[in-house]
Structure formats: structure tokens, C-alpha cells
Ligand binder design. Structure first.
Ligand code: 5AD
Ligand code: SF4
Length: 469
């Protein structure tokens, strides 16, 4: 796909701004219109919601979390596992009461679920109170889509299977001045056999480095202290640019931006992570010594069936290389237990891998079949109960490891970023170490947004506890 077909032309974006102005005129009245944006799933969805909130704000909207007060409700959904979808259907089902009471309220479903043809069909047929359905690729056209709903008084579906595009310069509402998400690329080309993402988020496409650098620079100048670069697989950044560059080069460029800030990123695919990336991380002062490197399984046979592109040994070698470059690296991972055809022995290979690697933390999932993916067509003889037993063994092991790793922090004094209030009177602040571990902190709210020295006094499986010095 040629870049000119990927990057949305300025004229198109200007046309959307015309719709924004028309929407603002339509919504204008005695009181400020209110929008509710309800977000499920990953950080990419959070970042997408912030852009949609930006567009809604330009239409004159304020925001609420109460559906009874909202004039426009947007549910931004996740399709990664069946449970996530069930939850959304529950939430959207409940909104029928809002529509009965106030038919003028406009209800929208967007995000990854909306892009699944089965879901769009189900909404069309059985959730008739939903006015607008659009997938992640259509997000930048929100003003035009909403305008269609308001003026044509009919339901709008924009869920065509698209390669995907890049829209620069969309407005944004950030939740905090301290931390921000910056998407550096969209989509995924990996087609891991269990995963729905490549089907709903289109092909990989990288933002121009200049646009990313400008966004990071603006954030740093505005006082932002922690920026997380987002992409389904940041390690394939830049392959599609007219002047190709890779993710390690991008980190080097970002690192040159002066200021007191930290760069994190997610997610890295192990098949594309290597010495060059680890060396860049080690040499860039602004880049956190933190790596989320999802392994998914510790069995080479299962990894093959997952289409992950590496073996257990190759993965372990990458971990060793990363730790050679950064002995203080904080390492986390994603695991799927119960992939179709996985045996108990293979699941235990995963348990032995996490024992060998000793991750700081894990995100663990039981396999969920996603219609349309190759894995969903495989025979899956192990019962849910069996998988649960394997899963619990994995969790037990990881809890022991995380507990031990966290205990090793106690007594140390670390530099942490205070990122907000916790709501807990005993530990009123929340903060993060360089490596991204959560520290519940005693100290004054005036510290929010600042780096402070924290003396670590306690720990549990999930977090650390400390006092600001
Ligand atoms: N079932 C269970 N977990 C899944 N993930 C992705 N697809 C599935 C699925 N079908 C997990 C992977 C991925 C994380 C974001 O979600 O571990 O890394
Ligand atoms: Fe899904 Fe694999 Fe792409 Fe991650 S890399 S989004 S698991 S297909």
C-alpha cells in the first residue's frame, strides 16, 4: 500500500472540521451538550477515546459519566476475548432504557468489536437503540458520521473492511498532565493464530517520525513527565515509511528532546526485538529500563501453532541479551493458557519458563476462541476446568516470583514519579518507579507530577509501599 493512500489528506481533515462546526451549531442550545465516553480494553483504545473526546469537545460538548445526563453516548469496545465482548453487550443492552426515556440521546458503538461483522450484524438486528456503529479505521470521521445520524435521522454503520489510515492533527483531551499516550503506529501484520486484532485494526502503518517528535516535544514542554509510545508491535515501526527507519532509531531521536521525562513503550513482539533495541534502551537516558515482551507460551510446539515466529530457546536468548544490556531491566509478559490442543505438559513448560525468566509481573489469560481466526477452527479437547487448574498453577508461581522480586526493593530509596492520588487515606499517593512498578506512597498531594525520592518500606505481590523523602 502506497503511503499517499494511507495518510489522510489535509483537505479531508478540513472537511471533517466543517462537520465539527455544523455539529456544534446543531447541538448549541440553552445548556452545554454532554457526551459520555465509556472505554474498554487496551491503551490504544484509551488513546482513541481521548481523540474522540477531542472532537466532541470541539463540537461544544462537556463530559459526564452518567448515561442519564448524556446527549451522546460512545462505547469504545474491545474484541480481544469473549468476556470483554459479553461485558459490552451487557452495558449496551442497559442503554435501551436511556433511549426509551430520551429518544433524542444518540448511542454509538465503536472500537474493535464494531469492526467484527458478526457483532455489527447483531447490533443491526437486535440492538435497535444503537444509532451509530463504526470501527477503529473510521474514528477520524466521527464528525461526519454523527452529523449523518443527526440530520438524516437514520442509523449509520461504517464498518467496511479497510486497510486503515493515519489521521494527523486530531484534537485530544488528555486525562492527566503528568502522563500521556502517543500512538506511533496502528494495526498489526503478525496474524498470531489466536488473535482478532489484525482483522479489526487493519495493516501496520507508521506515523511519520517528525509528527511523533513534535507531539512528544509539545507534551514535554507542557510539563508531561511520562510518555508511553503505543503500537500493537512497536518493533516493526518504520518498515512502511518512505524513508525507512526502525524503532531503535526512533527512540534515539526522541531521547534528544531535552527535559525531565521518561519514555515507555508497548508492545514489543519478541521476534522483532533484538540487540539494537536493547542497546538503544540502555543508552537513551529518557527511556525506561522496562520491557513488556509477551511470550504467550513456553512450549515451542505451541508457539509454532500460535504463529509467533520464535521458539522457547530463541525467546530465552532475547531475555538474556536484554538483561546483559540492562541488568536492572523490569520485564513483564503476556501468557495464554489453554491454546487449542495444548497439553498439560506444554502448559507446564510455560510455568517452567516463567520460573526461569522470573518476570516482575505477568498478564495472564485463558484462551478465548475468536471467530474467524485460524485457532478457533482447531480441535480443543482440554476442558475449561483443566485449563483453570493449569492457569492457577501459573498464577501461584508468578505470585511467588512477584512477591519475592518486590521484597527485594524494601529498604531501598528510589526515584519515583508521583502520578496521582490513590483514594486510600493510608497511602494517599500513587507513583511509579523507573521500571514502572507501582508504589503506594505516603506524602502530600502537592508532590503530584514531580519526581521524588521514595524510601520503600513494604511490598506485596502487586505493588510496593513507601514514604516520600
Ligand atoms: N484469547 C486469550 N488471550 C488473548 N490475547 C490475545 N488474543 C487472545 C485470545 N484469543 C492476549 C495475548 C495478548 C494480549 C493483549 O491478549 O496474550 O498479548
Ligand atoms: Fe495480536 Fe499477535 Fe498482533 Fe499482538 S502481535 S496484536 S497478539 S496478532
Amino acid at each position: 500500500m502506497d503511503r499517499t493512500q494511507v495518510v489522510i489528506p489535509a483537505g479531508e481533515l478540513e472537511r471533517q472540521r466543517t462537520y465539527t462546526r455544523r455539529m456544534a451549531a446543531l447541538l448549541a442550545g440553552d445548556r452545554r451538550p454532554l457526551a459520555m465516553v465509556d472505554t474498554y480494553g487496551c491503551q490504544q483504545n484509551v488513546a482513541d477515546s481521548q481523540r474522540m473526546m477531542g472532537m466532541l469537545r470541539e463540537m461544544g460538548c462537556g463530559f459526564t459519566q452518567d448515561p442519564r445526563l448524556a446527549d451522546i453516548i460512545l462505547v469504545n469496545t474491545c474484541a480481544i476475548r469473549e468476556n470483554a465482548e459479553k461485558k459490552v453487550f451487557g452495558v449496551v443492552g442497559q442503554l435501551v432504557h436511556v433511549k426509551e426515556e430520551r429518544p433524542e440521546c444518540v448511542i454509538c458503538l465503536c472500537g474493535c468489536m464494531a469492526q467484527r461483522p458478526e457483532v455489527a450484524e447483531k447490533i443491526r438486528a437486535s440492538y435497535r437503540h444503537v444509532d451509530l456503529v463504526f470501527g477503529p479505521q473510521a474514528l477520524w470521521r466521527l464528525p461526519e458520521l454523527l452529523y449523518g445520524v443527526y440530520t438524516e435521522k437514520k442509523r449509520v454503520f461504517s464498518v467496511a473492511d479497510e486497510h486503515g489510515s493515519i489521521a494527523e492533527g486530531l484534537p485530544v483531551v488528555r486525562e492527566s498532565g503528568v502522563k500521556a499516550w502517543v500512538s506511533i503506529m496502528y494495526g498489526c501484520n503478525n496474524f498470531c493464530s489466536y488473535c482478532i486484532v489484525p482483522y479489526v485494526r487493519g495493516r501496520e502503518r507508521s506515523r511519520e517520525p517528525g509528527c511523533i517528535l513534535d507531539e512528544v516535544r509539545e507534551l514535554v514542554e507542557a510539563g508531561c513527565r511520562e510518555i508511553t509510545l503505543l503500537g500493537q508491535n512497536v518493533n516493526s515501526y518504520g518498515k512502511d515509511l518512505e524513508t525507512p527507519m526502525d524503532f531503535a532509531d526512533l527512540l534515539g531521536e526522541i531521547d534528544r528532546i531535552p527535559g525531565d521525562y521518561l519514555i515507555r513503550f508497548m508492545t514489543s513482539h519478541p521476534k522483532d526485538a533484538g540487540e539494537k533495541l536493547f542497546a538503544a534502551m540502555a543508552s537513551c537516558a529518557h527511556v525506561a529500563r522496562q520491557l513488556h515482551l509477551p511470550v504467550q507460551s513456553g512450549s515451542s510446539r505451541v508457539l509454532g501453532a500460535m504463529n509467533r515466529g520464535y521458539t522457547r530457546e530463541q525467546y530465552l536468548e532475547k531475555v538474556r541479551a536484554a538483561r546483559r544490556a540492562m541488568p536492572d531491566l523490569v520485564l513483564t509478559s503476556d501468557i495464554i493458557i489453554g491454546f487449542p490442543g495444548e497439553t498439560e505438559e506444554e502448559a507446564m513448560e510455560t510455568v517452567s519458563l516463567i520460573r526461569e525468566v522470573e518476570y516482575d509481573a505477568l498478564f495472564t489469560f485463558i484462551y478465548s476462541p475468536r471467530p474467524g481466526t485460524p485457532a478457533a477452527r482447531l480441535p480443543d479437547p482440554a476442558s475449561r476446568e483443566e485449563k483453570q487448574v493449569w492457569f492457577d498453577r501459573l498464577l501461584d508461581e508468578q505470585n511467588r516470583i512477584s512477591g519475592r522480586r518486590h521484597r527485594s526493593y524494601v529498604g531501598k530509596t528510589l526515584r519515583v514519579l508521583v502520578d496521582g492520588e490513590s483514594g486510600d487515606s493510608q497511602w494517599p499517593l500513587s507513583s511509579r518507579t523507573h521500571g514502572g512498578r507501582l508504589v503506594h506512597l505516603r506524602g502530600d498531594a502537592s508532590l503530584i507530577g514531580r519526581y521524588v525520592q521514595a524510601r520503600i518500606t513494604g511490598s506485596n505481590t502487586w505493588a510496593l509501599f513507601g514514604e516520600a523523602e
